[in-house]
Ligand binder design. Structure first.
Ligand code: GRE
Ligand code: ZN
Length: 323
C-alpha cells in the first residue's frame, strides 16, 4: 500500500443545516448513507482512511456550500460556524486531519477576514471555494472580477493555496444543458463550469499581479490539460483583449496544482503528468462522493516510477500544504 494524503474530502454539518445541499446528487436509496458519511468525520471516515492507506486528509465543506447562499449575512455566519466545526475535528486528530476554509465571498472583505482568521488562528492550510458566489438574489460573482484582487493579495500574502472546487452553473444560465439533467453535476457540467472559471483567472492577469498564488483544481484539471495548447493556439490568431501577459499554458504550469479526485483513469493521469509535470499532480479521492477504497486501489496499482508515485501520493501535498 502506498502512503497517501488526500485534499478534496468533504464534510457537511446539520447545524447549520448545509448537508441537505448534497441531497440532489443522490437517489432516495443512496442519499441516507452519503448523508451519514458527510456528517461523520471521526469514526467511519478514519476507518476507511486506514483501509485505503490515506494517512492524512484536508477536510472541506461540501459544494456549493457557502457559495450557494445568496444572503450575505447568512453566508458570513455559516462560513464561520462550519469553519469552527472543521477546526474542532482537526483539534481532535491533528495527526490525521487539516482543513481548508469555507469563505463568504459574497462579501470580499468578510472573506479576507475569515481567511485570515482560519489560517492564522485556526491553523487551516488554505481555502476551498466552490466556483462563483451567488450574491444578493440574482447576481453571481467570479473570482477574476476586480473586487476580488484584495482577496488574492491576501492569499498570496498568507502563502496558502485556494482549491477551486466545482459547482453547477445556474439553470437560468445553462441553455446548453437544458432538458438534459444528466449533463449537470459531476458527470459533465461541473468540469465545464470550473475549467472555464480557471481560464478566466488565467486570462485576467491575476497571476501576473500575484505570481505567488497557487490554485488547486480537482478531477485531473477539469478538462484543461487536454485543451490548453489549443486555447493558446487560437488566441494567437485573435487575442480578444486578454489582459494576461503570457500564454495561458504557462499559468497552468506555474500557478496550478491538479488532483486525481474522482478521475481514476491511467491514460488521463499520465497525460496530465506529461502536461504539467509530476510536481503539480496530487492524489485525492473526493469522499464521500467517491470511494476512498476505489481511489486508493487504482492509485496504488499504477506502474509509476517510484519517485513520481511518492510525490503524487504525499510528497507534493507536504510541500504545498507545508505539512
Ligand atoms: C464533488 O464534491 O466533487 C461532488 C459533489 C456532488 C456530487 C459529485 C461530486 O459535490 O463529485
Ligand atoms: Zn469534491
Amino acid at each position: 500500500m502506498v502512503r497517501k494524503i488526500a485534499l478534496e474530502e468533504h464534510f457537511g454539518t446539520a447545524d447549520p443545516d448545509i448537508v441537505e445541499q448534497s441531497r440532489e446528487h443522490f437517489t432516495e436509496q443512496t442519499w441516507p448513507p452519503h448523508r451519514r458519511q458527510l456528517l461523520d468525520v471521526q469514526d467511519e471516515r478514519l476507518r476507511l482512511m486506514d483501509e485505503a492507506g490515506i494517512e492524512f486528509v484536508a477536510l472541506s465543506l461540501l459544494a456549493p456550500g457557502i457559495q450557494g447562499l445568496p444572503d450575505r449575512a447568512q453566508a458570513v455566519d455559516w462560513a464561520r460556524r462550519t469553519n469552527d466545526v472543521a477546526a474542532r475535528h482537526v483539534e481532535l486528530r491533528p495527526d490525521r486531519f487539516a482543513a481548508f476554509a469555507a469563505l463568504p465571498l459574497q462579501d470580499p472583505e468578510e472573506a479576507v477576514g475569515e481567511l485570515r482568521r482560519a489560517v492564522t488562528e485556526l491553523g487551516f492550510k488554505g481555502a476551498l471555494v466552490n466556483g462563483f458566489s451567488e450574491v444578493d438574489g440574482d447576481r453571481i460573482a467570479y473570482l477574476d472580477e476586480p473586487q476580488y484582487r484584495p482577496f488574492w493579495a491576501a492569499v498570496e500574502d498568507l502563502g496558502v493555496p485556494v482549491y477551486l472546487h466545482p459547482r453547477d452553473p445556474l439553470p437560468r444560465d445553462s441553455r446548453m444543458l437544458e432538458g438534459h439533467p444528466w449533463l449537470y453535476g459531476s458527470a459533465w457540467g461541473f468540469s465545464v463550469e470550473t475549467g472555464t472559471h480557471a481560464l478566466r483567472l488565467m486570462a485576467s492577469g491575476l497571476f501576473d499581479e500575484h505570481p505567488g498564488v497557487q490554485v488547486i483544481l480537482g478531477h485531473l484539471g477539469e478538462l484543461l490539460p487536454f485543451n490548453i495548447w489549443r486555447t493558446d493556439h487560437r488566441l494567437k490568431v485573435k487575442p480578444a483583449g486578454i489582459p494576461a501577459r503570457k500564454p495561458l499554458r504557462e499559468y497552468l504550469r506555474a500557478n496550478f496544482h491538479l488532483t486525481t479526485s474522482g478521475n481514476f483513469a491511467r491514460p488521463e493521469l499520465l497525460f496530465t503528468i506529461d502536461e504539467v509535470g509530476a510536481d503539480r499532480v496530487l492524489f485525492s479521492a473526493d469522499y464521500p462522493f467517491e470511494s476512498m477504497g476505489e481511489a486508493a486501489a487504482w492509485f496504488d496499482a499504477l506502474d509509476l516510477d517510484h519517485e513520481v508515485h511518492e510525490k503524487i501520493a504525499e510528497g507534493n501535498a507536504r510541500k504545498l500544504l507545508e505539512l
